[in-house]
Structures are given as structure tokens and as C-alpha cells.
Design a binder for this molecule. Structure first.
Ligand code: PZK
Length: 286
């Protein structure tokens, strides 16, 4: 195997080129909260997220093809097809929270979708909505209207993207709900392959790219506890951190509890124990 060339760094992931056609996506154990990467890692977080993406790629192929070529034995590295990425983030919201809630409170709309009056924070929407955003190189992605998104990718392409995005969300949200997890919203990236076909890339329906809420604690009318990061957030709030770099070191009990939440989400969603994944990552693809 020739040496891999580093091509990009995300907050918690690295991207390498294997050759002209293939990339290697490596998920680290780093964790970010309030947009800051913390100095303490969560053991196995990268393997949990890589395994979850693999699981969803295998189960959504009837909706759209994806970039996955192979999961490596380390459980955290994905060999994938190199694509031409669309210049937009595909966001689907089934619940009104985060920047969608902010926009709704200010305007009654999110990305041009006029929403019913009187929604409460975190309430389920009558129908999931596609709310694309721009890819910010630094800082926050910016929500854009469907018309602006259509200009970025072309009208016909836009309609395919929106329809695929909504189908993917509906499929994953129904599966998660049957396992006691609300998939409040999700963000993913699509690329185009050499034949001009749309392809699901990057990570898919992981806790880093989606909001997972425990269904048994769902209470609209305010922000919801996060399935995976709530211990981290609560600890960071308890020490009075000002949410600027650098974040606080996490104590061992917060690391242990948070790792357990990731492993629990993995097992609930995939039906596979995390130990079985570690022994053979391909188990999530079958
Ligand atoms: C690609 N990113 C974002 C992710 C980073 C950066 N299959 C693909 N083909 C071409 N480009 C990409 C992908 C994928 N996935 C994804 N940037 C380019 C990203 C992780 C770490 F540094």
C-alpha cells in the first residue's frame, strides 16, 4: 500500500488520499462541545461513529448509493470513493431546534419554509423539512433558502438532492424511533461520481452529524438533553467555562459515562454489540 497523503483536517476527523480515486477518512476520539474541541478524548468514539456510518450506508443503498468502499480493521478508518462534492450541506429537520428554532422565532420561517404559528422549542414538525446551508470554511454554516441552494447546484439537481435528503431522514428517523432514539435533525454531504450520479459521502447519521435525543425524556418547550454529549455539556457548564478555546479537561467519570452513552447508542441503533464490531467491523454491513 503506498503511503497516504494528508488532504484535510476536520475538527475531529482526518482525510487522506490513497490514490486518485480513493480517500481514507479517519475518525479520531476527539470530542467537541459548544464548537470547541476539548483536550480530553473519549476512548472508542471514533470507532463508534465509523461503525454507525457504515451501518447506515449499508441500509440506505436503496435510497442513494454511497462512497463506502471498505471499513478498515481498526474500526475507525473508512476507505471511500473520491467524489466531486456539492457546495452545500444537506440538513433535514424533523424537530424545531438549534439554528432552525432561532430562525423560526425571528421570522416564522426556516430556509423559506413557512411553519405553523405557536410551535414550542424542540417540537416535532408536521413534516420533516430540507433546510440546506452553505459550507463555511471557518465559523458557522449559514442557512440558505431553497432558491439559493438551487442556484448553487442547478434546479434539477436540487430537486433530486431534496428528495433524497428527505427520504434518507425519514428512513433513519423511523429506524431510530423504533429503538427509542429521536433523530431530531441531521446533516450530510452528497457528492457526484464519474457517471454524474449523486452519492452519499462523509459520515451519515452519527451523533456528531445529527441530534440524538432519548425518546423517554422528550419534553418539548425547551432544549432537550443530548443522548451522547449531555454529561460533557453539564460538566462544562458546572465549571463555569466561558466556551472559548481551550476547553476544560474532563474528569475520568465524565469520560467513562460519555463513552458508555456512545457505546449504548451504537448498540441500540445497530442491534450489534460494540465488542462484536471491534472484533469484526464488517458485522455492521451485513
Ligand atoms: C470530502 N470532506 C469533508 C471530512 C475532513 C474533511 N468521498 C469524498 N470525496 C471527495 N471529497 C470528500 C469526500 C468525503 N467524505 C469530505 N472534504 C472532502 C471532510 C472529514 C475530514 F478533513
Amino acid at each position: 500500500m503506498p503511503e497516504a497523503t494528508h488532504v484535510a483536517s476536520g475538527k475531529v476527523r482526518e482525510l487522506y488520499a490513497l490514490d486518485d480515486e480513493r480517500l481514507l477518512l479517519v475518525a479520531s476520539d476527539r470530542i467537541s462541545t459548544f464548537d470547541v474541541v476539548l483536550p480530553t478524548e473519549i476512548p472508542d468514539k471514533g470507532r463508534v461513529l465509523t461503525g454507525l456510518s457504515g451501518f447506515w450506508f449499508a441500509r440506505t443503498r436503496h435510497i442513494v448509493g454511497n462512497h463506502l468502499l471498505a471499513l478498515r480493521d481498526d474500526g475507525r478508518s473508512t476507505e471511500c470513493r473520491r467524489l466531486e462534492m456539492l457546495p452545500l450541506e444537506c440538513v433535514v429537520r424533523g424537530y424545531i431546534t438549534g439554528s432552525g428554532w432561532k430562525d423560526y422565532v425571528a421570522t416564522g420561517e426556516v430556509c423559506g419554509h413557512v411553519l405553523p404559528e405557536g410551535l414550542r422549542e424542540s417540537e416535532r414538525l408536521p413534516e420533516p423539512i430540507f433546510t440546506p446551508s452553505t459550507k463555511a470554511q471557518t465559523g458557522h454554516d449559514e442557512n440558505i433558502s431553497r432558491d439559493e441552494a438551487a442556484e448553487l447546484v442547478g434546479r434539477e439537481r436540487f430537486e433530486d438532492v431534496e428528495s433524497i435528503a428527505l427520504d434518507l431522514y425519514r428512513f433513519a428517523a423511523a429506524h431510530a424511533e423504533s429503538r427509542g432514539i429521536i433523530l431530531a435533525d441531521t446533516k450530510f454531504e452528497l457528492g457526484v461520481d464519474g457517471d454524474g450520479a449523486l452519492v452519499l459521502a462523509d459520515e451519515a447519521f452519527t451523533p456528531d452529524s445529527s441530534r440524538f435525543w432519548p425518546a423517554d425524556r422528550y419534553e418539548p418547550g425547551g432544549p432537550q438533553p443530548s443522548f451522547d454529549k449531555q454529561f460533557v455539556r453539564d460538566y462544562c457548564e458546572s465549571v463555569g467555562w466561558d466556551k472559548t478555546h481551550p476547553g476544560p479537561e474532563l474528569p475520568e467519570h465524565v469520560v467513562v459515562e460519555t463513552r458508555a452513552k456512545y457505546v449504548e447508542a451504537f448498540a441500540r441503533l445497530t442491534g450489534v454489540s460494540f465488542d462484536d464490531y471491534v472484533a469484526d467491523p464488517d458485522v455492521v454491513l451485513r
